[in-house]
Design a protein around this ligand. Structure first.
Ligand SMILES: Nc1nc2c(ncn2[C@@H]2O[C@H](COP(=O)(O)OP(=O)(O)OP(=O)(O)O)[C@@H](O)[C@H]2O)c(=O)[nH]1
Ligand SMILES: [Mg+2]
Length: 244
């Protein structure tokens, strides 16, 4: 957990509101205090994540948590996915960003109900934020629930949202070394999605290296490659989603 950026100021206390924009980042004052807070927060998050899991199961929602660096193509992938699923499968979306409703507006333009969580100082979604967002979405039993996490390859790794599957996106413009540099998020992933493959002719990105690095962390990690803008690989991705 990065106390410097204020992610320990997230509201795991259900009585607080989602917007944290007015709170100053918390300074770590000493190792003993920091560890105690961390354990408390993670325990509260695990508890809330279990509750979310029960909710998902009770409503037959398949919850998928999409994580990546900023700009790896999460919202574009969702737009293209939802457009293709229209009329075939009900879907709901929870969007996470530090500020703005921009991504939720893009999702709503596809005709899909979406709630935007603005995390303020926090650099990840936590289970309590997702729980509150669920209450703002229409009831749609049996739907796919797609959760776009805050663009960040570090902190979202630590926060179970109660999801069924976690998908890590790495775009070819980021470099194939990302699994080596940010291993935690790959350790907890169910699928690695290599995105923007249409740009491969223009960038230095060794796909085989990227996959090898990721499988050093998690040998059974599934991998798919796609270009959301060109459509390559989208049908395999949709099949994977259907299986969830
Ligand atoms: N060439 C190409 N560009 C893409 C592709 N997918 C997304 N982009 C572009 O990448 C940029 C970022 O895409 P977004 O979908 O907003 O990325 P994001 O991960 O949702 O970004 P944050 O929510 O800010 O973390 C946009 O300019 C997209 O048009 C793709 O498959 N190919
Ligand atoms: Mg986005």
């Amino acid at each position: 957990m990065c106390g410097i950026c204020g992610c320990d100021a997230t509201e795991l206390d259900p009585g607080r509101t989602s917007k944290l924009t007015t709170e100053a980042p918390q300074k770590v004052t000493g190792p003993v205090q920091s560890i105690a807070l961390h354990q408390d927060l993670m325990h509260a998050n695990r508890h809330q994540a279990e509750h979310n899991r029960e909710w998902f199961s009770g409503h037959r929602l398949s919850a998928i948590n999409l994580v990546s660096s900023p700009g790896a193509g999460k919202t574009t992938l969702l737009e293209q996915t939802l457009t293709r699923l229209r009329g075939r499968r009900g879907a709901l979306v929870i969007e996470g960003d530090q500020q703005t409703e921009l991504d939720a507006a893009r999702i709503r333009a596809t005709g899909t109900p979406a709630v935007q969580i603005q995390t303020g100082q926090a650099c990840h979604l936590d289970a309590a934020m997702v729980h509150r967002a669920l209450h703002q979405l229409p009831e749609m039993d049996g739907a796919l629930l797609l959760i776009e996490n805050v663009g960040n390859l570090i902190c979202p790794a630590m926060f179970d949202l109660g999801e069924k599957a976690r998908v890590v996106l790495v775009s070819v413009t980021e470099g194939d070394d990302k699994p080596l540099k940010y291993p935690s998020i790959f350790h907890h992933a169910d699928l690695l999605l290599i995105t923007k493959t249409d740009l491969l002719p223009h960038v230095q990105f060794d796909t085989r290296n990227c996959i090898e690095h990721a499988r050093q962390i998690q040998p059974d990690l599934q991998v798919l490659q796609l270009s959301a803008t060109q459509g390559d690989g989208m049908s395999v991705w949709l099949n994977w989603l259907e299986k969830q």
